[in-house]
Write a protein that binds this ligand. Structure first.
Ligand SMILES: Nc1ncnc2c1ncn2[C@@H]1O[C@H](COP(=O)(O)OP(=O)(O)OP(=O)(O)O)[C@@H](O)[C@H]1O
Length: 346
């Protein structure tokens, strides 16, 4: 449905600032009916990337094809037509305050030249779909954040697009409202078959609804794949440290300050353990302590669900007396636990 090839965007230098390479040779293929997440830090290039998909941003190099149409080469009028097939929702909703919920949803249809009857036949089912039939005559100021985003979603879907772009659509919402909006997006994807591309800086959003994810850093997609694979087995160090921060598996600053690479007589060895699937329920630490007859201290631990599968991370220290930490490493690995030796602490 969407193919980006070698997409670059360089914002030219101005009198006061140097040029910025916001996108650097991005390749991305997104299949029909997928929910694809792009995650990255502030300034990584997420907004620029998503805006190239609907032609709001013209790349300085590369090609963007959506549903068989090369977006980068369209003149103004065909671009407007192509955009009707690509809906977009925004962090701050971008509703017109002088229009009711109904009138906001109707706007793109008015611009497309539909009659009042045709517009009614489309807007009412859309308001039903997003659960706002009873708020149709309310103005944005009378709606909660979640309700405003529901209007935004109805408006984005009114032209029956094949693709929905979501630019941090839940970043301004509380966690419960976020969940309800994500559930709605999932329903829209399932029931209407709309391909969704969302950008976010929150791993929880990706974990909750995305099929695949791309990690963007300094304008480059440094990793992409199925959410579970990327979240649990990042291949690059940059993705690993970024995702560790988001997954809560990062080391505390005080531990980092104490960590040393070479062992000492009284040192304990520090390991990061990651385990997934049925292993997440295994009392592995108790088994390990019994097996080695040593104590194991848990510094941090977390089990979460990614794409419906349990995934856990744990930072532990193990007494190094009599080579116990080496034996522990072997024991954990043979139990199927991914075991990474991080260093030693006194
Ligand atoms: N119109 C512009 N002119 C010049 N530089 C820009 C422009 N828009 C974005 N940039 C720069 O391009 C880089 C990528 O910005 P972008 O907004 O795509 O990042 P982002 O990942 O969406 O960040 P955030 O999460 O903070 O919105 C940044 O360094 C930004 O300062």
């Amino acid at each position: 449905m969407i193919a980006l090839k070698g997409v670059s965007k360089v914002y030219p230098a101005t009198r006061t600032s140097a040029s910025v390479t916001a996108l650097d040779a991005v390749d991305l293929t997104i299949g029909t009916g997928e929910i694809f997440g792009v995650i990255g830090r502030s300034g990584a290039g997420k907004s620029t990337l998503i805006r190239t998909i609907n032609g709001l941003e013209t790349p300085t190099g590369g090609s963007v094809v959506v549903d068989g149409v090369e977006i980068t080469r369209l003149a103004a009028r065909p671009l407007r037509e192509a955009r009707r097939g690509i809906g977009m929702i925004f962090q701050h909703f971008n509703l017109l305050s002088s229009r009711t919920a109904y009138q906001n949803v109707a706007l793109p249809l008015e611009l497309a030249g539909l009659s009042a009857a045709e517009i009614r036949a489309r807007v009412e089912p859309m308001l039903d779909l997003v659960g706002l039939a009873d708020k149709r005559d309310r103005f944005p100021v009378e709606l909660s954040g979640g309700q405003k985003q529901r209007v935004g979603i109805a408006r984005a879907l009114a032209t029956r697009p094949k693709v929905l772009l979501s630019d941090e659509a839940t970043s301004a919402l509380d966690p419960e409202t976020t969940r309800s909006i994500l559930a709605l997006l999932k329903q829209v994807n399932r029931d209407l078959g709309v391909t969704i591309v969302l950008i976010t800086h929150e791993m929880a959003v990706v974990r909750e609804i995305c099929d695949r994810v791309g990690v963007i850093e300094a304008g480059r997609i440094i990793e992409q794949g199925k959410v579970f694979d990327v979240a649990t087995r990042p291949r690059t160090e940059t993705a690993r440290s970024f995702l560790a921060e988001l997954n809560g598996a990062a080391l505390s600053p005080s531990l980092v300050a104490r960590l040393r690479q070479d062992p000492c007589g009284t040192c304990r060895t520090v390991f990061r353990l990651t385990f997934s699937g049925p292993l997440a329920d295994d009392p592995i630490i108790t088994r390990l302590a019994r097996h080695l007859d040593t104590d194991v201290a848990i510094l941090s631990a977390r089990v979460e669900e990614i794409a419906g599968r349990p995934f856990g991370t744990m930072i532990v220290t193990i007494d190094n007396a009599h080579g116990a930490s080496g034996a522990a490493e072997g024991f954990l690995r043979s139990a199927g636990i991914e075991t990474e030796k991080l260093g030693h602490v006194a």
